[in-house]
Each structure stands twice: as structure tokens, then as C-alpha cells.
Design a protein. Structure first.
Length: 121
């Protein structure tokens, strides 16, 4: 028996508003909640993504480093090249390390969190 269902994933960052705006635009969501340190993005048909401002935030390093990557999001897309152009236009940067770029591509969101676009789903 489940205890509950996944409602949101919250990403730490230096500034919540720009990170939330990136994910809002990338996933066609809407800003659903804002407080002093937190901005919540409601995603159609999925869980929320929250952005939470923390003092002294340091982005993870991809693929390893200090601080190490602890998790990442994977976005299912139809066309890798088209998705790459779209996320870069929104403010993502393409990671140097690309383990299997023909199957998925690694990017860093504006706060430095790694995420992938994949045509595997």
C-alpha cells in the first residue's frame, strides 16, 4: 500500500524565480505558488517542480565532482535536436560530458542542475 503519491520535486538554487521560470517554460507549466524563498511550478499532468533559494548554494558538478550530482530529471522528447535548441534558447547549457548523445543529451539548467532530454521513452 502506498503512503502517498509524488506531488513535487524541489531543486535547491541561489535564486528561485529564474529557475522556476526556466522549468515553467520548458515544461509548459504555470507558476502556481510563490513565497520569499520558494516558487512552485505546476506541470500539466505531472508533479510540481519547486525552486528553493538556499544560502551558499553551489551547483552540482557533472558527471562527478564536489558537490556531486545527486539526481537529475529526464525529459522525454520526440526530436533530440529540436529539444536541444529549445532548452538552450530557454537558458540551459549543454554539458561537456555526453555519454550517449544519440540516445540522450545532458544539459545544465540555469542553476546548474543536470537534466537530460531523451527519445527513449
Amino acid at each position: 500500500m502506498a503512503v502517498g503519491k509524488l506531488w513535487s520535486v524541489t531543486l535547491d538554487c541561489a535564486e528561485a524565480a529564474p529557475l522556476a521560470e526556466f522549468w515553467r517554460a520548458a515544461l509548459d507549466g504555470k507558476i502556481a505558488y510563490t513565497s520569499e524563498k520558494f516558487v512552485g511550478v505546476e506541470i500539466p499532468g505531472g508533479p510540481w517542480i519547486g525552486a528553493y533559494s538556499v544560502p551558499g548554494y553551489e551547483p552540482p558538478e557533472w558527471p562527478d565532482g564536489a558537490p556531486p550530482k545527486q539526481f537529475h530529471l529526464d525529459l522525454s522528447v520526440d526530436d533530440l535536436d529540436e529539444a536541444e535548441r529549445a532548452v538552450v534558447a530557454l537558458g540551459a547549457t549543454k554539458a561537456e560530458h555526453q555519454p550517449e548523445p544519440e540516445r540522450w543529451r545532458v544539459f545544465l539548467d540555469p542553476a546548474g542542475h543536470p537534466f537530460c532530454v531523451t527519445n527513449m521513452a
